[in-house]
Design a protein around this ligand. Structure first.
Ligand SMILES: [Zn+2]
Length: 186
């Protein structure tokens, strides 16, 4: 109970502007990497690793529980499997950003810890693009069994198209380096 100076009477109305406190941004989450995440970061092409830290850090700072999933380097066989299972439109034998450590999968789960929080992705996708990266979550992929959206998939290859990259010296070099890292950290 307080004395209302304006109406000159006792009142128990809450005078504060925000009775339950200001609904501000959720609390930032610590940027502590798990063992899996640290391994993924070592496997990635170095500028892609920096990009991964940047976007995961940005998300956690906003209270979005983004994590790097185990996927880092795909062997050509992994690429073939993804195609066979309708998860990718990259045909077997063709180089894919995963083969060179320039693609990552980021999981954002709902509080149940198992369901992907798909609604949380567009903001992260937009941020990734603002940093020179790419997100596949809003791009339909024609897989073997129909259209899919690869919500968790992010890439980093600023200014380079896959068709040009495949013909480049850089691709040859990065593929060799990536496969070497995959073997070393397997
Ligand atoms: Zn992927």
């Amino acid at each position: 109970m307080a004395y209302d100076l304006f109406f000159q009477r006792e009142t128990d109305a809450d005078w504060s502007m925000h009775p339950r406190g200001t609904p501000d941004e959720p609390k930032a989450l610590p940027l502590e990497f798990t063992t899996t995440e640290r391994k993924v970061l070592k496997l990635l092409e170095p500028t892609t690793a920096t990009f991964a830290v940047n976007i995961v850090g940005w998300a956690r700072n906003k209270g979005i529980p983004a994590r790097l999933s185990h996927t880092a380097i795909y062997s050509p066989k992994d690429t073939k499997d993804a195609y066979e299972h309708g998860r990718s439109q990259i045909q077997p034998g063709k180089l894919d950003w995963h083969n060179v450590g320039r693609a990552i999968h980021i999981v954002i789960y709902k509080p149940d810890g198992v369901t992907l929080d798909t609604a949380a992705y567009p903001r992260l996708g937009a941020y990734a693009r603002s940093q020179g990266g790419e997100w596949l979550g809003d791009k339909p992929i024609k897989g073997k069994f129909g259209i899919i959206y690869d919500t968790v998939h992010f890439e980093y290859h600023p200014g380079i198209k896959i068709s040009d990259y495949r013909k480049s010296e850089l691709a040859v070099r990065e593929f060799a380096q990536a496969q070497k890292r995959a073997k070393r950290y397997a």
